[in-house]
Design a protein around this ligand. Sequence first.
Ligand code: NAP
Length: 269
Amino acid sequence: MPPKLDYPELTIARRSWRYTPDGGCLANKVILVTGAGDGIGRAAAKTFAVFGAHVVLLGKTRSKLEAVFDWIAGNTETKPVIVPCDLLGMDESSANGLRDAIDQDYGRLDGVLHNASLLGPKVPIEHYPPEHWQNAMQVNAYAPFLLTHTLLPLMQAGEGASIIMTSSTVGRQGRAYWGAYAVSKFALEGLMQVLADELENAGRVRVNSLNPGGTRTAMRREAYPSEDPQMLPLPESHMDLYLYLMSDASIGITGQAFDARTWQYSTQP
Ligand code: NAP
């Protein structure tokens, strides 16, 4: 069954999806998306809502979250909430507060897309400003750990939940000048592998990493200012893979590193 509503970027991107999700594949699931106000996170939040999920929209800039909230509330029958939050300042107390709010609002959590990230300077390690290093590690690696650690009991209480760690090509093979951004993505890959191994026999929570590859967003423009953005896929182009990993279609798939550019859907695990 097709979803009730598309929006223009999603309609266009769907023509080249490699996998056709059922229109209600996320019906009534509660999914937290970090960095939901812009870029890939915004596309994921809107797409998840179109496919039936109640989305918890976490991000730094309130006005961006409100725009996504308004679109979802105006175009779907799902119940989004916004959580304006700078992950630079996330600590145990704010993570606990978020867990309690989700528990109170929805009583469960079926998915987390760890997507928010900051690029930081692209300079040699020798010249990397330590404060910027710490900031990138906090937002890109420590906050996903803290959120996962805090929200896991809520996810384990449900029928089956999915965690996606957003990775990068430079988080799988180091590259000069990508500094803390690359190292933080290696950390996320490690977190994914350790957690997947720990949870393998529990069977209720699966965790995978996903490298979207070059995608038309603000971060990509910052990283490659001279590149023509029109040559890059829209975030919505990858949403077939995001839906696959968030929906029950991927039950049993855990501990794997996905690449949106090369992924081919297969019914074989
Ligand atoms: P983007 O357009 O820059 O969006 C990043 C999002 O993260 C924004 O919503 C931003 O919020 C949020 N964010 C940044 N710092 C935050 C903080 N301290 N606290 C809370 N939220 C914060 O980036 P994108 O390209 O969509 O990237 C999404 C993910 O894909 C990232 O993990 C990135 O590493 C990964 N990725 C992207 C590409 C690509 O080519 N685009 C390639 C490989 C991997 P504000 O807008 O409010 O600042």
